[in-house]
Design a binder for this molecule. Sequence first.
Ligand code: GDP
Length: 301
Amino acid sequence: MITVLSGGTGTPKLLQGIKEIVDPSDLTIIVNTLENDYFAGVYVSADIDTVLYTMTDMINDETWYGVKGDTFTTHERLEELSCPELLRIGDIDRATKIQKTLLMQKHSLQESVDIQAGHMGITSKIIPMSNENSEIKIITDVGELDFHDFLIKHQSQPEVLDVVFSEVSPSEGIIDAIRNSDAVIIGPSNPITSILPILSLKGVKDALKETPVIAVSPIIGNNSVSGPAAKFMKAMGIEVSSIGVAKLYEDFLDVIVIDNQDNDLEDTLGEIINKVIITNTIMNTLDTKIDLAKNILEGIL
Ligand code: GDP
């Protein structure tokens, strides 16, 4: 069994490669839920839906949000009715979100995701990191912003001073999944807003210490491959480099995978983490995703 810790862009890219070489029924994917909230009347668990769509090859893997080829009739009609949505939700994507919202009237988030994954024919176990509601605030030079306001309304432009999020309980099964895994893969997701929330859950770090763990750095050079990870790391006083990532995970990390472009970091990283793998980590084709997945599995199993 392999467990993967995931956000909604970098790790799903890697999952596209992993699922080609690992039987999906041998995969558990623990997904960040920190940014989950209601928008336009539906429950939006963006990272979970991205993982659902990734595992069924429905994902729009240009934007890493929503369904490939989706239409936006409802979104546009809401705009015509002077009821604009902050999130641009596609019609097929909205059906997933409506179903989850309805299921959650009677079920926990985990149960709702299990039901949806079953309908979609997904055999991997997808575990939302928590069933509880949470909150994340980005403290910026223009004030305290909700995560999606920062990302969409403000286009990640404001200077970030701090990132704060609520403490939630881990959903059932996370600790056992980690403990019973042959290896845990921390995908190249945003260390602050996707991975740290999972690591902050009670018992997770202790369980990771007892399991072989490999992480792929989402940072190349001194910047993130995409998104605001670099801004968030800087605001939290963490060096924006694979060294900063390594220091964040050093308590439990056995192997770190960094990009060829960072080969000058090998010695310094070797002092922090047992094993350093240097390879191409830019996943722009299915082949690069599969190659990276192979390197990861060879490096940790
Ligand atoms: P979010 O939930 O949409 O914020 O997405 P994630 O947290 O899963 O992923 C965002 C991170 O993925 C960013 O920090 C990027 O640097 C990283 N990322 C995206 N694509 C790649 C890639 O091809 N290679 C690597 N190494 N990192 C990537």
